[in-house]
Write a protein that binds this ligand. Sequence first.
Ligand SMILES: [Zn+2]
Length: 318
Amino acid sequence: MSKVESVLGPMETSDLGFTLSHEHIVVSSAGIPQIYPEFIQREDSITEAIKVLSEAKDEGLDSIIDVTTLDLGRDIDMLAKVSKESGVNIICATGTWRDIPRVFWNASVDSVATLYKREITTGIEGTNIKAGIIKVANDVGGVTREGEVILRAAARAQKETGVPISTHTWAPDRVGEQQVRVFEDEKVDLNRVYIGHSNDTMDIHYLESLLDKGVWIGLDRYPGGRTMETPNWEQRTDTAMRLIADGYGKRIMLGHDWSVRLSIDSKEGQTSRSKYNPDGYLFITRQVLPRLKDLGASEEDIQNIMVDNPRRFFEGGN
Ligand SMILES: [Zn+2]
């Protein structure tokens, strides 16, 4: 028996079930949900999240990993309420995304690691809700000086607490390789590291060389294809199938990087988002998995990527 912290308390990893590996409920910025809740229509967002996640639950979704950090406007009370009312388990994150607080830029690695550790071992925002994952982010331009502080802090918190790391990368520039170099330097067990947003590239050599290092890979942007530079959803699914065919089916996970609402209080914005992805958190269930099966994936392959891999990732075994 192995446990993972959810926003409703510790749960058995064997109860995670069908899991989306990188999602959000609402994204904004640090302090917005608490100080300017009207900007994200906080109450409406909660109602909407409960509605769409309840629907997703009816279609087989059991758990999501919500990798929203402080600087993405994490709102721990919102996550707990949405999980309780929808019945979907939510694993929440400590760590830092791309908007690294200015006060961290010249902070010592250990002092930032101490903050992450507190959210893992004691609780978040005055609650006893604990983080089940450590999120870090590096994007276009790679690992910056302040980005490196965050990566090293995450590495040290990982080693002391055993909680795994989930990264945001910019795969077209192979940023995952830079992250792995820092984690190797910090002597993190790469089996506890998930390199996310890896399906923004179709460079199979990049992906397989990362997997050969021992990390997990998140194919966690769907549908994608909003810009010419990144693959569309069919191409992303071809990449998933290629990795399965090449023997990596036990090391990959899928997610959307979806959220019910953006921080911009714009009706137009929400309409164009629902046109872009009318299925929301169900896009993978309704579109990607049937296509993967058409391409030759077995039921066992689907069970691995959606159920067993997230469970094994949290358990830390091989
Ligand atoms: Zn994300």
